[in-house]
Design a protein around this ligand. Sequence first.
Ligand code: MG
Ligand code: MG
Length: 258
Amino acid sequence: MVELKTEASIDAMYVAGQVVGRALTAVRQAADVGVSLLELDAVAREVLRAAGAGSPFLGYRPAFAPTPFPAVICASVNDAIVHGIPDGYRLRDGDLVSIDCGAQVDGWVGDSAISFVVGTPRAADLRLVETAERALAAGIGAAVPGNRIGDIAHAIGSVCRAAGYGVPDGFGGHGVGRRMHEDPPVPNEGRPGRGLPLRPGMVLAIEPMLIGGGGDGFHAAPDGWTLRTDDGSRAAHTEHTVAITEAGPRVLTARQAV
Ligand code: MG
Ligand code: MG
């Protein structure tokens, strides 16, 4: 069932979204060659703690997961697409990093992700990240009353495919509210004009995932969480929590530029 949020609830979700935005900005600023993924998790934990926010990631255990998630960010490096568990790995020059973070304030959740390169970037990685951002912007642009879920999915998938990238099937966006994962699912590929009609008050996490090598194949790593590309190519992941309003899409997890 899709829950429609009131304007007051969306304002409350914006507060949570801004905490996520600050956490991601802080993690990105801290990410450098030699910094470990656990250190990045600590940076995000401190932002959440200072804001009095909870973490919808910490202890989360969806049906597919063998263990509760042990961190407040997902840190997915190079061929990891999403759901990477922060560990002692120290970032190397040229690593492509995707960080996903959530925060919960007064019960309301914000969910957002960024991809970036540490140190000296490869041109191919910059193009992948730029395309992921463009796919996200296209998905957000389609998140307007009168459209349908399929219009968002089609907008995202079209950008990814036109650039020659793969799109992992079965993982994508979702409704957000008092729980991180609510109805409806928001796929990263679909047919325009199909699916649930978008209505003011719907709040969606829109989150393109792109596989640089162009294939769609992926698999879970032995930890049961991390999803890696089958071809070993690099992946990118971007995400915002977006409210659908009469005035257009409102990005609740918008960040300050760094
Ligand atoms: Mg997320
Ligand atoms: Mg999400």
